[in-house]
Design a protein around this ligand. Structure first.
Ligand code: SAM
Length: 224
């Protein structure tokens, strides 16, 4: 069974997609999607030998070798033109690493209709990459599992202009302003409040940066 996080990611994979899952580790996501009938072809790409082997073993054990190709490859190098990939998922990594993987594989993105991304941090860097590389965010989600809070960003080819607030807080998440969104930013607020107590009064520039970040969170989250 998929974790709550990967189950939430699975909801954004269009039915009938030909999926490349980058950093597939145990290949849990492609296996679940094929077994549920949502998709019938996937490539599970993994750059590290150990996780690659566990993906291979799991796919073989489930008897899915015909539908899921497991490849030892760095990022989008797992993709072959004949795969006809229409959707790419990259989950469980830092936002900067996801952006780096997409950037290195830009040439392979033609024909891809949807990116389903689940950064563990630095969502702002990932949103910026999407905006500057002709992708538009079509959906966002936020969830909590085992005390960790995760964001999911879904993008499709298109143009998007992001404000600094949208880059940092999200395009849809602030409007929805769910309890988990509020929790994420109240945790950040607590960190910044603490950081501010550690900066001596004479370091005015540093304090102003923190004060600015704190008031922005309060403004977006309507916190007092
Ligand atoms: N995607 C799974 C998930 O969300 O549960 C696994 C997440 S695991 C934390 C990250 C995986 O991505 C690791 O197995 C790691 O080896 C793999 N990885 C990191 N960089 C990669 C790259 N450039 N290409 C392919 N796989 C990569």
């Amino acid at each position: 069974m998929l974790s709550k996080r990967l189950a939430a990611v699975a909801e954004f994979i269009p039915t009938g997609s030909r999926l490349l899952d980058v950093g597939s580790d145990h290949a849990y996501l492609p296996i679940a999607l094929v077994q549920s009938g949502r998709i019938d072809f996937a490539v599970a790409g993994e750059v590290v030998q150990g996780p690659y082997e566990s993906a291979l073993t799991n796919v073989a054990q489930e008897g899915l070798d015909n539908q899921i190709r497991v490849r030892l490859a760095n990022g989008l190098a797992a993709l072959e033109a004949s795969d006809g990939i229409t959707a790419i998922s990259i989950c469980g990594m830092g936002g900067r690493l996801i952006a780096e993987i997409l950037d290195k594989g830009r040439a392979q993105l033609a024909g891809v209709q949807r990116l389903i991304l689940q950064p563990n941090n630095r969502e702002d860097d990932l949103r910026l990459w999407l905006a500057t590389n002709s992708f538009t965010i079509v959906a966002e989600s936020i969830l909590q599992e085992n005390d960790k809070i995760y964001e999911i960003i879904v993008a499709e080819p298109g143009q998007m202009a992001l404000t600094p607030d949208q880059t940092r807080f999200g395009v849809y998440l602030p409007q929805e302003s769910s309890a988990i969104f509020q929790e994420k930013w109240s945790r950040e607020l607590a960190k910044l409040d603490y950081a501010l107590t550690q900066v001596p009064l004479e370091h005015e520039d540093q304090r102003l940066v923190l004060i600015d970040k704190i008031s922005k969170i309060k403004e977006i989250c309507h916190a007092s």
